[in-house]
Design a protein around this ligand. Structure first.
Ligand code: SF4
Ligand code: SF4
Length: 383
């Protein structure tokens, strides 16, 4: 569902993760009245289209059970003429059986964050983080919620990649990798950020580990990168033109191009209370900036073989090191090229080198379990 509305009930967060620049202790909280305005706005904005709502933050559970009870009922009932889906990204600290039951009623998949074993996680995130997240995780699971963890790799933790991979494997947890990023809000934007070359090597390492352990763990990034090549277009926001399809709504109803810009007045495109049209939003200063990035990619990446399923990566990543200016594409370009080239090389060798996984998959047999599998096993996997 390409149309994506991120709802940011607050930028407040009880944790103080070392590399997170998006929380604001003075942030207001979104009211149910603002959700009513979201509904009114969406009655006229891209009417009839399917839409995914993701609750993000800050820490979205700070909004409380009552907010979710009322907001989810409102969004589901008032927009029942269109296909809608929900998701949430939370550190789970404030998960209670009451909130979990509300979220379970709407089948909301949960994304949470864990950087690996307890000592490493708490060193990067904050003392006591691991235990509080695990407590919330248990409550979520007891109430039937599906929880997947995002693992942020920093310039520090990438040195312990094996330990981190083994932690996720041993604990039967899905792994979704997130590279620590430079930030528009920090005066040291690159602190903790993962070097793009190291990021590329990390992706190749995870590809190898994934193939060695097929069926025992899911590595979501690798699934998506392979699907990008297999289908010829991006399957996550980083690898498509997100501008005009993704919007984030801050606590006061301000509309931004993505949750990463929320709270920064320069990037406000409009406000849900004014029920802006697409022309209003994309005609704003922030909207024009996003469209300029798309044009920049068309020109800068035109000779790249990966352009159709990369699209210059993430515009926020591209702008963060340059104080919001467009002076290059996503600096992770180096990593994207490294992993896309690697996948294509292995795909060619699978196809023309007669890998067992391709042969067995094409005859409808499960691929062999005894040896390391070929890349086609991932390409053909359902995600
Ligand atoms: S700005 Fe980056 S993170 Fe945000 S929607 Fe676009 S690609 Fe995704
Ligand atoms: S890999 Fe680099 S050059 Fe190619 S489309 Fe992506 S950002 Fe552009």
């Amino acid at each position: 569902m390409p149309f994506h509305v991120m709802l940011i009930p607050t930028l407040g967060c009880p944790s103080k993760c070392s590399y997170c620049w998006s929380s604001d202790p003075d942030s207001p909280k979104m009211s149910v009245d603002t959700i009513k305005e979201v509904v009114e706005w969406l009655k006229e904005f891209r009417p009839g289209e399917a839409v995914t709502f993701t609750f993000h933050g800050g820490e979205p559970l700070l909004a409380g059970a009552d907010f979710y009870n009322k907001s989810l009922a409102l969004l589901s009932k008032s927009l029942k003429d269109r296909k809608i889906a929900f998701a949430m990204q939370t550190n789970l600290w404030l998960m209670t059986p009451e909130i979990a039951k509300v979220l379970a009623k709407y089948n909301i998949p949960i994304g949470s964050s864990l950087d690996g074993p307890k000592a490493l996680n708490d060193m990067q995130r904050s003392e006591g983080y691991y235990d509080r997240t695990m407590k919330g995780y248990r409550i979520a699971k007891e109430n039937g919620l599906d929880v997947k963890f995002i693992c942020t790799f920093t310039s520090y933790s990438v040195k312990q990649k094996e330990k981190i991979f083994n932690y996720f494997l041993k604990n039967d947890l899905t792994l979704k990798l997130h590279p620590a990023l430079p930030s528009l809000r920090s005066n040291k934007p690159g602190e903790w950020a993962l070097d793009p070359e190291e990021y590329g090597e990390l992706l190749v390492y995870l590809l190898d580990k994934y193939l060695e352990n097929m069926g025992k763990i899911e590595v979501m990034n690798i699934d998506h990168l392979c699907k990008c090549i297999f289908t010829g277009h991006g399957t996550v926001c980083t690898y498509v033109d997100c501008m005009g399809d993704t919007f984030a709504i801050g606590p006061d109803g301000s509309i931004y191009p993505c949750y990463r810009y929320v709270g920064m007045p320069t990037y406000v495109m409009g406000n849900v209370h004014d029920h802006p049209t697409m022309e209003d939003l994309m005609g704003s200063k922030a909207g024009k900036l996003m469209l300029r990035y798309k044009k920049y990619v068309d020109k800068h990446c035109k000779d790249c073989t990966h352009i159709n399923y990369c699209r210059g990566g993430c515009p926020y990543n591209a702008m963060a090191p340059y104080d919001g200016k467009i002076k290059g594409v996503d600096p992770h370009c180096i990593a994207y090229k490294r992993i896309f080239d690697e996948i294509i090389d292995r795909m060619n060798s699978d196809m023309f080198g007669g890998s067992s996984s391709l042969e067995s998959a094409s005859f409808g047999f499960p691929p062999q379990q005894s040896s390391k599998q070929g890349i086609m096993a991932i390409m053909l996997k359902e995600i």
